[in-house]
Design a protein around this ligand. Structure first.
Ligand code: BLA
Length: 508
């Protein structure tokens, strides 16, 4: 079963989501050649959506085609010459008003047409809303509160039944940290979802393309014709196409979840996918591209606010730890030996990385402070680290997963940070943290998730909450704490070297 599971997850990673060869049917798509704006490829529904005039457009420049209004052709040609990455306008084409969007791709210009929704507030009405949002959230210090507000704002703007803020952890599992619902769909607040629910290639795509809409999970994909792009003979790359057809596995996932429509907005902080604003609806729901653009803007606003808050918190902690280091180093300079100085100022020593225990290992001797494993175990751990040739820093919040003997000491040393202070010997400074037994409630049992029968992939069928006790893990080490350990290593190496030189001089 473990092998079957690995196969399944590998298959998830291979889903060709950027080149599905089809679109969702709520609009139509064409690929235009550069620079003559000749139609190279079109979705098979192009004539149905844009009007009978649009049949047989392939191979001809849009300016010659009857459906392409003069203003549209002129504006699009102008945009092509300019620097704007995205074209987004409303146009009457044939009998109907459309929201037309366009972006550049290596294969040409991808143009998408969605019937315009006249209930959407005009862009001018969206601006005061965004300004009010900014004013109300500017002073919030807490990321949780900020998430609540953005869920509320997106729910108000789009009318989705359930709007969630979904935050990734360092292993790419995610937790719903904020939610606004109208009671139609069950709540997922505080539930955790496993990393493979959103495979790596999908996360990478969502990092680059920050918004996607699936008005209904129950649709017939519309093929792109011809299937291969005349420019390079490859399938059309739809990474940035809003209408891109969705992975069948994910459509099944949505049906299993009981959500018909979904929209997600990526929260990208410091170039990393921090989380998603995930919106669900129990019935089909379309959101106009203009309104989606406002949601995207809101997502970027929130990402910047999160970035600023996280940086401020990290900087503050870094400064505080630097102060602890300065005090400790001042004391060490006066202490008879470096090791005894550490033990004398145990609270500073532990405080450098907010640990509960610490050890310094030199010449096969370990001195400790606070709660630690027994000395003999510490010495064996140092040997194990020495064999692994650590460079600057070792940090884990689950030692037993890497050093099997650690299973016996989870109560004091589930978390370990260590820095080597000698190139030749097994000399280290280590810090320890105890196990924190946590209860995690998953959205469905992540282990029973998948069945791969007859070569078809299936996501798990139930999202009923499923509780697990997480053992053997400590509170994770923050960036500021890791940096503090690395900084202190430099100071420690200096001390140890200087003392060794002094001793050498004495014996001369
Ligand atoms: C995509 N999976 C997604 C997306 C979300 C989730 C939000 C983005 C598309 C969208 O907006 O609907 C998952 N949705 C969630 C989670 C919550 C939620 C966790 O609301 C929690 C609240 N999915 C599986 C398995 C596979 C898989 C086993 O469960 C492996 C094959 C695949 N998920 C998968 C793929 C995509 C996806 C391939 C990309 C879909 C696409 O963009 O084409």
């Amino acid at each position: 079963p473990a092998a079957a599971q690995a196969d399944f997850l590998a298959a998830c990673e291979r889903e060709p989501i950027r080149i599905p060869g089809a679109i969702q049917p709520h609009g139509a798509l064409i690929l235009l050649a550069r620079p003559d704006l000749r139609v190279l490829q079109a979705s098979a529904n192009f004539g149905v959506v844009v009007g009978p005039d649009a049949e047989g457009s392939c191979g001809r420049p849009i300016a010659e085609l009857r459906w392409g209004s003069d203003t549209f052709c002129r504006e699009l040609a102008q945009w092509c010459e300019g620097p704007e990455p995205l074209y987004l306008r409303s146009h009457r084409l044939g009998q109907q008003a459309f929201t037309v969007s366009a972006h550049r791709s290596p294969q040409g210009i991808v143009v998408e047409f969605e019937p315009a929704d006249d209930r959407v507030p005009p862009p001018a009405a969206l601006y005061p809303m965004l300004r009010r949002f900014l004013e109300r959230t500017e002073r919030l210090a807490d990321v949780g509160e900020l998430s609540d507000r953005v869920a509320e704002q997106v729910a108000g703007l789009t009318g989705f039944n359930r709007v969630m803020v979904y935050r990734f952890d360092e292993d790419w599992n995610g937790t719903v940290i904020a939610e606004r619902g109208d009671g139609v769909l069950p709540t997922y607040l505080d539930l955790r979802f496993p990393a493979f629910d959103i495979p790596a290639q999908a996360r990478e795509l969502y990092r680059l393309n920050r918004l996607r809409l699936i008005p209904t999970a129950d649709y017939q994909p519309v093929p792109i014709v011809p299937a291969h792009c005349p420019v390079d003979g490859a399938p059309l790359d739809m990474s940035f196409a809003a209408l891109r057809s969705v992975s069948p596995v994910h459509l099944e996932y949505m049906r299993n979840m009981g959500t018909v429509a979904s929209m997600s907005i990526s929260i990208v902080v410091d170039d990393r996918l921090w989380g998603l604003i995930s919106c669900h609806h129990a019935a089909e729901r379309h959101i106009d591209p203009q309104l989606r653009a406002a949601c995207d803007f809101l997502g970027r606003l929130v990402a910047q606010q999160i970035d600023a808050r996280e940086r401020a918190a990290e900087d503050k902690e870094r400064l505080r730890l630097k102060q602890v280091e300065t005090e400790l180093v001042t004391h060490l300079a006066r202490a008879p030996t470096f090791q005894s100085g550490l033990v004398e100022r145990a609270s500073h020593w532990l405080g450098l990385v907010n640990a509960d225990g610490a050890a310094v290992i030199t010449d096969g001797i370990a001195l400790t402070a606070g709660s630690t494993p027994p000395i003999d175990a510490i010495l064996r751990l140092a040997e194990w680290m020495h064999e692994r040739r650590l460079d600057q820093l070792y940090a884990t919040d689950c030692l037993s997963a890497q050093w099997t003997e650690g299973a016996a000491f989870t109560d004091v040393a589930s978390g370990v940070v260590a820095v080597p202070i000698s190139r030749i010997h097994a000399s280290f400074i280590m810090w320890f943290r105890p196990e924190i037994i946590r209860t995690v409630t998953w959205g469905g049992d992540p282990a029973a998730k998948v069945s791969a029968e007859t070569g078809r992939l299936h996501p798990r069928a139930s999202f009923a909450s499923w509780t697990e006790q997480v053992r053997g893990r400590s509170r994770p080490w923050r960036e500021a704490e890791r940096l503090s350990a690395v900084d202190f290593r430099t100071a420690a190496v200096d001390f140890v070297l200087k003392r060794a030189e002094e001793r050498a001089q004495l014996t001369e």
